[in-house]
Design a protein. Structure first.
Length: 160
């Protein structure tokens, strides 16, 4: 009985602490936080159950040459894909090889036949010369969950 009471107190304390960490719109509305939490749970479920895995086709090359830019410019890259399987496609995570590249992780699942885009922004400030950047995509796909994207951009140093 004491163990159950102790567990209950710890659980309530944990919930109370986590609920005050995430703020809504200031009016007690935590709907965005709740929606994000539900979306994260759905992504985790899709990623853990191989019966939910699907197929993905990259519509463009997974390697892009972005040409030359002046130092300090922001470069935006996009990689288009299509869900070619029979289950919803879930992009669990998108990461970049360094902090100068910031990718976006699509939040919604993609229905069979639906197309989507993985986007990223590269900040060329302080990065003169050739820059090869890698983006890793983790999705509920067969035969592999991991997809590697790459782009190269040559940054011309500004003349002061």
């Amino acid at each position: 009985m004491k163990k159950a009471l102790y567990f209950l107190v710890i659980t309530i304390s944990f919930i109370a602490c986590t609920s005050t960490d995430k703020k809504g719109d200031g009016n007690g509305d935590n709907s965005n936080y709740i929606k994000d939490s539900i979306a994260q749970a759905e992504r985790a479920k899709a990623m853990s159950d191989t019966a939910n895995y699907t197929n993905m086709e990259w519509l463009d090359s997974t390697f892009l040459s972005m040409g030359n830019v002046n130092e300090g410019e922001q470069v935006e890259v996009s990689f288009r894909f299509k869900n070619t399987g029979e289950k919803p496609l879930v992009i669990a995570n998108v990461t970049a090889s360094c902090g100068c590249t910031v990718p976006e992780t699509p939040q919604q699942p993609f229905a069979p036949g639906e197309e989507g885009v993985i986007k990223a922004k590269f900040d060329s400030k302080g990065r003169p010369g050739e820059n090869r950047k890698h983006i890793s995509v983790d999705a509920n796909t067969n035969p592999s969950r991991s997809h590697d994207l790459e782009f190269v951009v040559v940054v011309k140093k500004e003349n002061l």
